[in-house]
Write a protein that binds this ligand. Structure first.
Ligand code: AMP
Length: 383
């Protein structure tokens, strides 16, 4: 698919990445075979992407460090959407930044994001800006209980949000979040959550992977099953993403997270980057989200996004399960991010691949049983 807009390719093989977490690391692992070299910028001296490139240790607000990074790379991108928009603009003055700082900025504020989606006639849950307690009460009058109060900025993986089911919750939520700029959202009684990941090249070419169905616990992604989403929903989701691609003259990988309600899609969030629900593409698609992101931002042709097999991803949060027991199960692909274990931290994942849905389900039960915790029940709710 081609869109009318086109941007010129940056040239060169040196890529700068703002943020050196696991997404940056997986970009590095995908980009080295393409002949790319990586320099990361991250506040942490032991950020895990440092293993696959050079690391500049600096804060995301350190515009001088951004200029140093610019001197060492031909093009820049990010693995983390909370890089200050002003730093991305400062970098853009020297080197191309993809996706654009404008796209980055629009996705950093939940209110701006929802306003933009509504303007593009893309459906979102009902929402109300909250700048005072009075706004919160007015919003609750309109959307009723339960509702979700979220910080407009810096929230991810369920952080910075509280469900309000009654008056007591309301007081607690206000005490916890009242000092921030907020947004109140209707609580969506969704049938399922799913996401679409797509890529747009510098020449305007677009590609989409099959959507995945996702299961979260406490706001953190635990399982992503590629495929199984109705063709009509896939087409509707791609149409929404194309509107965003055109709006931003977007370059790189973009993710849309959805709720499915009454068989229709509502957008929960836009992520202007590669996404956890697309990790299955490393082992289960002809070209991974990481490789296509790099191909897009360096002006290479995009690769096929066709699935090469059935795929299901398990996220390892806080600790890794016993690796060798899992490696004994057919179709297991192990991904250890080289991060230290800490509660709530994403430290690795496993993608299970199989030639058929039945084989995938059988082996997935073995993986879930070996991994324990909430996995067996989550898996049962999915396959
Ligand atoms: P977020 O950080 O906004 O992506 O939210 C994390 C998770 O919280 C989502 O994946 C949903 O499971 C849940 N959630 C967020 N917003 C809503 C909503 N408006 N209604 C129902 N569940 C929600």
């Amino acid at each position: 698919m081609k869109s009318s807009q086109a941007t010129s390719p940056p040239g060169g093989n040196r890529v700068g990445i703002l943020g050196a977490g696991q997404l940056g690391r997986m970009m590095g692992l995908a980009g080295i075979p393409l002949g790319l070299e990586f320099t990361f910028l991250d506040p942490s001296p032991d950020a895990c992407a440092g293993a696959v490139g050079n690391l500049i240790q600096a804060n995301f607000s350190d515009e001088d460090a951004f200029r140093r990074l610019a001197g060492r790379v031909d093009v820049a991108t990010f693995d983390f959407e909370n890089v200050p928009e002003s730093s991305a603009w400062a970098l853009q003055e020297i080197r191309p930044v993809y996706p654009s700082p404008q796209a980055l900025g629009a996705c950093q504020d939940r209110l701006h994001e929802k306003t933009l989606l509504s303007a593009l006639e893309i459906r979102v849950p009902g929402y109300y800006p909250v700048a005072s307690r009075t706004d919160l009460l007015t919003g609750l009058d309109k959307c009723a209980y339960p509702a979700i109060l979220k910080t407009r900025r810096l929230g991810y993986d369920g952080k910075g949000q509280v469900i309000i089911r009654d008056q007591e919750d309301l007081e607690r939520a206000w005490q916890k979040l009242g000092d921030f700029e907020l947004i109140l959202e209707e609580f969506v009684p969704f049938e399922q959550e799913c996401s679409l990941i797509g890529a747009r090249g510098i020449d305007g070419e677009t590609r989409f992977w099959r959507m995945s169905r996702n299961r979260h616990v406490d706001g953190i992604l635990m399982l992503s099953l590629a495929g199984g989403v109705d063709d009509g929903l896939q087409a509707a989701a791609e149409d929404m993403m194309c509107r965003l691609f055109d709006h931003f003259d977007y370059v790189g990988v973009l993710t849309l997270e959805f709720f499915v309600v009454d068989g229709q899609l509502l957008v929960n969030e836009i992520a202007p980057r590669v996404h956890n629900s697309g990790h299955w593409t490393i082992d289960g698609a002809q070209t991974s989200q990481f490789e296509n992101h790099l191909r897009a931002i360096t002006g290479m042709p995009l690769g096929s996004t066709v699935a090469s097999c059935e795929a299901l991803m398990f996220n390892w949060i806080g600790e890794l399960p016993e690796r060798d027991r899992l490696l004994a199960i057919p179709g297991v692909h192990w991904h250890d991010y080289g991060k230290s274990a800490r509660p709530g931290r994403k430290i690795g994942h496993l993608t299970l691949t199989a030639g058929s849905a039945t084989e995938l389900a059988d082996n997935a039960r073995l993986v879930a049983e070996a991994a324990g915790g909430s996995f067996p029940a989550l898996l049962n709710s999915m396959i």
